[in-house]
Design a protein around this ligand. Structure first.
Ligand code: G3I
Length: 369
């Protein structure tokens, strides 16, 4: 009897240990390996592997990387005749070493330009800039960077073209030119148009028209990047689904490139990611400075589950889902649209622990296996 009791106890303990370790070994990238890449955006410190715990988490959970900042024009091309590839070289080496899908963010974007670029005022100079900038950067990483955000955020909320320095100097032609230059520099790289709020009807119509036009004029567009800076209540799953279907009907891949979900109040009804918008803070606007209440934590988990359920339904159309940051502590949403708040938009908290959101995303796959 004693013997039976002991072995039963041992069996139960073993079972528990093996279940726990199975769970500990689980990862987003493995769970979704047959569906789409699961990516993250890396800060400069993460690219330099400054924190060993963060680094193990990144390598365990993700199989695609985007540089959150260091490949923006102001960093890679600080002066007209000077490029700085020190950190982007490290970024690409990191991705290669870990066999990750490497995404380049971004070539032509009105924001985070180097000061000298903002002064370009005529079409000849801008044409020369675009040719030199795109050709130099894309050729340098030819065959190594798998896909590029060729043009980022060219649209206004109503679907019209943003009055950027590129539009002002070159007119609409800058769009197709950018895609042609990138394709010429690396014919095999996948080329994306990337923007926020392009799941909203008016802006979506603008993005569809833009992609059609670039293609009609001979540009190669392989994909659309829906950034996915979203909220607990919006956008609706219906609009996200319509977007997946309508973009994919254009013959392009759909990627969710900068996914995060704010849980903080937003009285101005701000949507998306216009980094020029900023507001003064108050305690009311920063309700969870220490911890996220369970009720909101669960809402976040449910929201992520419903979004990933939809992504799985359309996995044949989706190439990649990238979170905008590795953990909550790093998120840009702690500083936008109000500086100094504590937000909780990602599946990992700032101590690098899994949140219920993480479990809910994993569970969608576990329940099917
Ligand atoms: O590097 C400097 C540092 O030297 C300085 O001490 C510090 C003081 O504020 O600023 C640092 O630069 C900041 C940079 O992030 C790196 O941390 C900039 O001020 C800050 O404006 C910048 O914000 C980034 C923002 O793009 C603007 O480029 C966010 O981290 C980044 O998450 C965000 O990402 C964008 C995507 O590229 C495009 N889509 C929207 C998305 C969210 O805004």
């Amino acid at each position: 009897m004693k013997c039976i009791k002991t072995s039963l106890f041992a069996f139960t303990a073993l079972l528990t240990i093996s279940c726990t370790s199975q769970k500990e070994n689980a990862s987003l990238k493995d769970a979704y390996k047959d569906d789409f890449y699961i990516g993250t955006a890396l800060s400069a410190d993460q690219i330099e592997q400054k924190d060993q715990k963060e680094d193990s988490l990144i390598r365990k959970e993700f199989n695609a990387i985007t540089a959150e900042n260091i490949m923006k024009s102001m960093y890679t091309h600080p002066q007209k005749d000077k490029y700085d590839f020190a950190l982007s070289d490290k970024f690409v080496e990191y991705g290669e070493k870990n066999k990750m899908f490497i995404h380049g963010h971004t070539l032509i974007w009105h924001s985070q330009l180097a000061p000298w670029m903002e002064k370009i005022a005529d079409s000849t100079e801008m044409k020369a800039f675009m040719k030199d900038h795109i050709t130099t950067i894309v050729s340098k990483y030819k065959g190594r960077i798998d896909s590029w955000d060729v043009v980022n955020e060219a649209l206004n909320e109503d679907g019209t073209l943003r009055q950027s320095v590129f539009l002002k100097t070159l007119g609409e032609k800058y769009l197709v030119d950018a895609f042609k230059l990138a394709a010429k520099a690396d014919p095999k790289a996948e080329l994306y148009y990337n923007d926020y709020n392009i799941e909203e009807p008016a802006k979506r119509a603008g993005a569809i028209a833009l992609i059609k036009k670039i293609k009609a004029e001979g540009g190669k567009v392989d994909g659309v990047g829906i950034q996915g800076h979203w909220r607990l209540q919006s956008p609706s799953l219906e609009e996200i689904e319509k977007s997946i279907l309508e973009y994919s009907a254009l013959g392009v891949k759909v990627a969710f490139t900068e996914l995060d979900i704010t849980v903080l109040p937003n009285p101005w009804d701000l949507k998306g990611a216009d980094v020029n918008q900023n507001f003064e803070g108050s305690a009311k606007m920063n309700p969870y400075p220490k911890a996220l209440p369970d009720s909101i934590q669960n809402k976040l988990a449910e929201r992520y589950a419903s979004i990933f359920k939809l992504f799985l339904k359309h996995k044949d159309k989706i190439s990649r889902v990238t979170f905008w940051g590795v953990h909550d502590g790093q998120s840009w949403l702690n500083g936008w649209p109000i500086k100094g708040r504590t937000n909780y938009p990602l599946p990992f908290d700032k101590q690098l622990q899994h949140k219920p959101a993480y479990e809910s995303i994993l569970q969608l796959k576990e329940s099917k296996q």
